[in-house]
Design a protein around this ligand. Structure first.
Ligand SMILES: *Cc1c(COP(=O)(O)O)cnc(C)c1O
Length: 366
């Protein structure tokens, strides 16, 4: 007996970064000595402002959360200058990506995304039984011209990650704008900006102001990376009321819990933490890439809080070096499931975490 539709049985489950406790058990290591640079989390840890907001919110935990997230939407509206009826809150921005697929696409239709882009795009596509149109990458990044050309009459959704994970590639704002303008009105573009807070001033662009221009655009943002709240699961989507209303019909009524809402409001207004995160990340990027240059290790320029590097030239290189690093208590992310079996992705950590990773890597490769 086979339960469920074929397209559900065909889903390859998401492979996350290994938890510290699991690596400690598997390799007989002390948890305290393990360095996890596998899930692009913020190495500064939870912002104090968010911790305090959650302590206050604890007293109300016997009650259901605010289903409409009134205060959090208010804070997002104020910070980004968007009306509250443009905002969809999500259980992580992952929720927004899935809501977009579930509310817009059905079996027999198609979704376009780039090779080597975020692993949730194939999952969200497969979950609704839609056809995948995977557009070959150009220099490990999105080839927007080819993505435009790949759209067919059956296409309902396009995912664009900027910066992209796991490659770290970045597309200029004007090129994305031109792409969205070129897409048929019947096709919705999800612009996934989980790492946008790490962009330098020179690379910033204002996608939220494009939302008034394009009724078929959803911009997705996350509290998991620069805001330091990955464990709480909060993200949001910005789109015109038409799309926002549609996603609101499908979301779980209480998809963002009370602690997450309180913490997100605090983190949103914690400019000091956000700036500190960006500075730390830029310094860590220099630290890692300078060492890679010195060691003759190939890596891709990254605009996120992680770097993709080539572990070796044989196809098992990523897996081999990954296991050797795990034995030394360093957790990075293998990307074989992305079709990159020679590569590993390392998240940018605190200076001493980066140093521990580099020391272990030198030993493993020598
Ligand atoms: C991390 C990530 C997300 C989602 O993170 P959430 O924790 O669900 O907000 C979305 N897109 C990309 C490209 C990511 O790397």
């Amino acid at each position: 007996m086979n339960f469920g539709p074929d397209y559900v049985r065909a889903i390859a489950p998401y492979q996350g970064g290994k938890p510290i406790s699991e690596v400690a058990r598997e390799f007989g290591l002390d948890e305290a000595t393990i360095v996890k640079l596998a899930s692009n989390e913020n190495p500064l840890g939870l912002p104090d402002s968010a911790r305090q907001a959650m302590m206050t919110a604890l007293t109300e935990l016997a009650r259901y959360p605010d289903s409409n997230g009134f205060d959090l939407k208010g804070a997002i509206s104020k910070k980004f200058g968007v009306p509250t009826d443009w905002i969809t809150l999500g259980n992580g921005s992952n929720d927004i990506l899935e809501l977009a697929a579930r509310s817009l696409v059905t079996a027999g239709q198609s979704v376009v995304y780039a090779e080597y882009s975020f692993a949730v795009y194939p999952l969200a596509t497969q979950a609704v039984g839609a056809r995948h149109i995977v557009v070959p990458a150009k220099n490990f990044g999105h080839d927007l011209q080819a993505m435009r050309a790949a759209i067919t009459a059956e296409t309902r959704l396009v995912f664009v990650a900027n910066p992209n994970n796991p490659t770290g590639s970045f597309i200029k704002g004007e090129d994305i704008h031109a792409f969205i303008a070129s897409v048929p009105e019947s096709v919705v573009v999800v612009l996934d900006e989980a790492y946008t807070e790490y962009l330098s001033a020179a690379h910033r662009y204002d996608s939220l102001c494009w939302v008034s221009e394009f009724p078929n655009l959803i911009v997705s943002r996350s509290f998991s990376k620069a805001y330091g709240l990955a464990g709480l699961r909060v993200g949001f989507g910005i789109a015109q009321p038409g799309l926002t209303d549609l996603m609101n019909r499908l979301r779980q009524p209480f998809n963002v819990n009370s602690l997450a809402q309180a913490a997100a409001i605090a983190a949103l207004n914690d400019e000091t933490y956000l700036e500190k995160s960006a500075v730390l990340n830029a310094e860590g990027y220099q630290q890692l890439t300078a060492a890679f240059d010195q060691m003759g290790i190939e890596y891709l320029p990254s605009f996120g809080n992680f770097v993709l590097f080539r572990a070796g030239t044989e196809d098992g290189a990523g897996a081999r070096v990954n296991v050797a690093l795990l034995k030394k208590g360093i957790i990075v992310r293998p990307v074989g499931n992305y079709g990159l079996p020679q590569w590993l992705r390392v998240s940018i950590g605190l200076p001493d975490e980066n140093a521990a990773f580099l020391t272990a890597l030198k030993l493993v490769l020598s």
